[in-house]
Design a binder for this molecule. Structure first.
Ligand SMILES: [Zn+2]
Ligand SMILES: [Zn+2]
Length: 240
């Protein structure tokens, strides 16, 4: 039971920081927050993504290219130009690695992407990634009722990229379109997106990339936006 809670908890908490901090805040600037909260969410993103930490600036730069060139050859992660899952993930990984190396070697403050160099270096270090892997494995070693549960460990290790894969692969391949006039291949994969906190409304999101609410029809549910509304009411963030 504790293993299932650990898995579900890690899935949704990691997903929340990806959709809230990396995607909607860092990449799209859909709301504002002061530097105290920015640092807090930056640090928590590192902590919950752990071994698969994605540097916010590199994520933001890559994601902005995804919107500028959606599903064209210049799109860093479009399933339209990949024959299979592995070439798709490998292409995304190479693009991310180039950008993250560039950002770590570049101290310029000109960009509007959130930076915290010590956490970026810490999060990208192989030793720290390895320590997180040891932590996940030890947790399973202690609490898993049988060795079958060990097959879940890779999901914890690659949590961030797995979420990115689900959104960018299925969200640009399978589903329905509320906005058929869009020239890209974006889709709304699930009518009620309980799995990815609203991220699977890619067709809606590509129609209005700067709107914090991803659901457009009465039956669509954007859990990420619900939390954003709560944080806005609590004055942690300010919707723009
Ligand atoms: Zn997209
Ligand atoms: Zn986006």
């Amino acid at each position: 039971m504790i293993i299932i809670l650990f898995f579900i908890g890690h899935w949704y908490i990691s997903l929340f920081f990806q959709t809230f901090f990396l995607h909607r805040y860092t990449s799209h600037r859909m709301f504002k927050m002061n530097s105290f909260w920015e640092k807090t969410f930056f640090f928590l993103t590192f902590l919950v993504q752990g071994s698969s930490f994605l540097q916010p600036a590199a994520y933001g730069a890559m994601h902005r290219r995804h919107h500028s060139f959606s599903d064209t050859k210049k799109d860093p992660h479009s399933p339209v130009w990949s024959n299979n899952i592995f070439s798709f993930m490998w292409g995304t990984f190479k693009e991310y690695r180039n950008l993250s190396t560039q950002f770590i070697n570049d101290d310029s403050k000109s960009s509007d992407l959130p930076r915290w160099k010590s956490i970026e270096i810490l999060g990208e270090s192989m030793i720290v990634r390895l320590l997180f892997i040891i932590f996940y494995s030890s947790f399973y070693w202690i609490y898993a009722p049988s060795a079958w549960f060990f097959i879940l460990i890779p999901f914890h290790i690659f949590m961030g990229p797995i979420h990115g894969f689900i959104v960018n692969w299925f969200g640009h391949k399978n589903g329905y379109r509320n906005h058929p006039e869009l020239l890209d291949n974006s889709k709304n994969t699930l009518p009620v997106d309980l799995l990815m906190m609203g991220e699977l409304y890619q067709n809606n999101h590509h129609k209005s990339p700067n709107k914090p609410k991803f659901s457009h029809r009465w039956f669509e549910l954007d859990l990420g936006y619900l939390i954003i509304q709560i944080l806005n009411t609590l004055k942690v963030i300010r919707l723009v």
